[in-house]
Design a protein around this ligand. Structure first.
Ligand code: HEM
Length: 445
């Protein structure tokens, strides 16, 4: 009996999600509409089996169990599942590496996000948000997601490696490359390895995009090494990092491969997630004018017409609630996996070594146990009305769900559109949706 078959047999006592076909299992509905399929098992139990061809995945439907598993990364490790498949893109970067590599990288990369660096990043962001939103015209129909994606890649580039060479032509190609990579990753995760290695156009395109992304990261690292001063950006912080816990006190730095893996990781992890969150937030504000008015009042009162700074954030609590509630309702990084490194148990069930667990973030974040009052409803006020739930059991993948089009429409009384961070300098407009379907299937995976 193969280890896949043994693991599958040991999980037979768990309920099986309905609709499995004899050989393909649940692959077809999963490929057709992954988000709908993955949010359905909530009604069947705390742990539910799904079948991906010969492979089995256990979907965790309980936020408590998800939290327990995510906190124990020695037992529920980033091996197998999504992580083996994304290794060709992200290498062993921080978001992708297994437990035994994680702590050292985490120590080395933590200073990249040190509090003293935040005001600089925030200033870069508000400047670029201003530049983008100034071009938005009253009455113009905009496809919001490409706008926020372009903004997201410019922000990331400016915070990461702002050299002119990378900002212009390279960035356009880079954006195209990681768009292609993002689209290819879920297919790679769901399909067996042999299918994603066939010399098909889609597979070749994916590999070309991966090569381009990694090559660009390498060029950025080499370029910066030749000019070694601290530019106040993410890449300088990565190059300067030294591990003080290296045995023997040698204070090792990130290796060349770790640097490239983490540049790619930050680009992939930081761009689409932010762009999609912002697009959803704009879409939800367009659907909830009362929330938009409240937000606008807070921003105008606190900022009085000037651009936001990092130290303004604590005085913008409702703005924070809007962003957090949008992230709860429509989390951009909506699925991840862990694999059991040893035989273990969860929720009273035995899980043999090698069991792949799936975490579907929308399913967990709309759990009625956590959000009893209409969990599906966008309601930023619920955050001040009820105690904060435990830190979200949100897993991550570079895949996404996002709204499609929204349009800027006339709003004579409006003073600020307030994307995140709030930026009052842009023109007079508010957004309204032009589509009733906020989940275009191609953005859902
Ligand atoms: C709204 C925006 C974002 C969302 C929703 C988001 C979501 C997530 C989630 C859910 C994880 C946990 C993944 C897992 O353990 O399976 C994660 C990890 C990570 N994210 Fe983000 N992210 C966002 C922005 C960013 C940005 C801007 C960057 C970098 C510039 C970034 C870099 C990372 C890294 C490096 C990790 C791994 C951390 C670790 O394991 O120690 N993310 N993200």
């Amino acid at each position: 009996m193969s280890s896949t078959t043994r693991t599958a047999a040991a999980l037979d006592s768990l309920p099986l999600a309905p609709g499995a076909l004899p050989v393909a299992g649940h692959l077809l509905p999963l490929l057709r509409d992954p988000l709908s399929f993955m949010t359905a098992p909530a009604g069947y139990g705390e742990l539910v089996r799904i079948r991906l061809g010969p492979r089995t995945m256990v979907v965790i439907c309980s936020p408590d169990l998800a939290l327990r598993a995510l906190r124990d990364d020695r037992t529920f490790d980033k091996i197998g599942g999504i992580f083996d498949q994304t290794r060709s893109v992200l290498g062993d970067g921080l978001s992708n590496c297994p437990h035994h590599l994680h702590r050292r990288q985490r120590r080395l990369l933590q200073p990249t996000f040190h509090r003293f660096r935040m005001p600089g990043y925030a200033q870069t962001m508000t400047g670029l948000i201003d530049e983008t939103t100034r071009t938005w015209q009253d009455g113009q129909v905009l496809d919001v997601l490409p706008e926020t994606r372009a903004l997201g890649s410019r922000v990331l580039a400016a915070c990461m490696f702002p050299e002119a060479a990378l900002m212009s032509t390279q960035m356009t190609r880079l954006t195209d490359a990681f768009d292609a990579v993002l689209r290819g990753v879920l297919r790679k995760v769901l399909l067996p390895a042999w299918a994603t290695n066939l010399p098909l156009l889609a597979n070749r395109r994916f590999q070309r995009a991966v090569d381009h992304l990694r090559q660009t990261a390498q060029t950025a690292v080499e370029h910066r090494r030749s000019n070694d001063r601290d530019h106040g950006d993410l890449l300088s912080a990565m190059l300067a990092a030294r591990d003080e816990e290296t045995p023997g006190g040698a204070q090792t730095a990130l290796t060349e491969t770790e640097l490239i893996d983490n540049v790619v990781t930050f680009v992939i992890a930081g761009t689409d997630t932010s762009a999609i969150s912002l697009a959803w937030a704009l879409y939800l504000l367009a659907q909830h004018p009362d929330v938009a008015d409240h937000l606008r009042t807070e921003v105008d009162t606190v900022l009085g017409g000037r651009p936001a700074r990092y130290d303004d954030l604590p005085r913008l609590p409702f703005t924070g609630d809007v962003i957090n509630e949008a992230l709860r309702c429509y989390p951009p990084a909506w699925i991840t996996t862990r694999t059991t490194a040893v035989d273990t148990h969860l929720g009273g069930h035995q899980l043999p070594q090698g069991t792949v667990l799936g975490f579907c973030v929308p399913l967990l974040q709309r759990h009625p146990g956590q959000f009893p009052d209409h969990p599906e409803r966008f309601d930023p006020d619920r955050r001040s009305a009820q105690p904060a739930p435990p830190r979200p059991a949100t897993p991550c993948s570079p895949s996404a769900a996002a709204p499609a089009n929204a349009s800027a429409t006339s709003s004579p009384a409006a003073s600020s559109p307030s994307p995140w961070p709030p930026s009052p300098a842009a023109g007079d407009w508010s957004s309204c949706p032009t589509t009733p379907r906020p989940y275009p299937p191609d953005q859902a995976c």
